[in-house]
Design a protein. Structure first.
Length: 131
């Protein structure tokens, strides 16, 4: 009995390769994230913010990035009408994002506090980067 060359092996590899390419299509693109810019920093922690224009002014989003902080940090985001606080953000972590509605032409006070140090800045909303 003589053996004949098997052509099925390369064909299976080709089908698997082509099938693998078509089934691993890229998933639908996720919504783009917010693009924060640092406003104030203290002890290695940063309070970053951005804004989204609204019909009555802007919504300001902020977060505390304490990845490189040396201690726990507390952050504040305040306007004429409201205040948002991040209490004791642990070093090595990033806080949840909080937002604040600000009237057109308004300002926001950004403050970071750490043990023995503090940093703050009052910024016109129009100067903040768009998210």
């Amino acid at each position: 009995m003589t053996s004949t060359p098997c052509v099925l092996g390369p064909l299976v590899v080709l089908v698997l390769a082509v099938g693998g390419l078509t089934t691993t299509a890229a998933p639908a693109e996720a919504a783009p994230g917010r693009h924060f810019r640092t406003v104030v920093s203290v002890n290695g922690a940063k309070l970053a913010a951005c804004r989204v224009p609204t019909s009555s002014g802007s919504r300001v989003f902020g977060r505390v990035n304490a990845r490189r902080a040396t201690t726990r940090t507390t952050g504040y985001l305040a306007s004429a009408s409201a205040t948002r606080t991040w209490s004791r953000v642990r070093r090595g972590s990033v806080s949840a994002t909080k937002s604040l509605a600000v009237a057109r032409g308004g300002t926001v006070l950004f403050t970071l506090n750490g043990p023995g140090s503090s940093s703050s800045a009052e910024v016109d909303v129009a100067e903040l980067r768009r998210c």
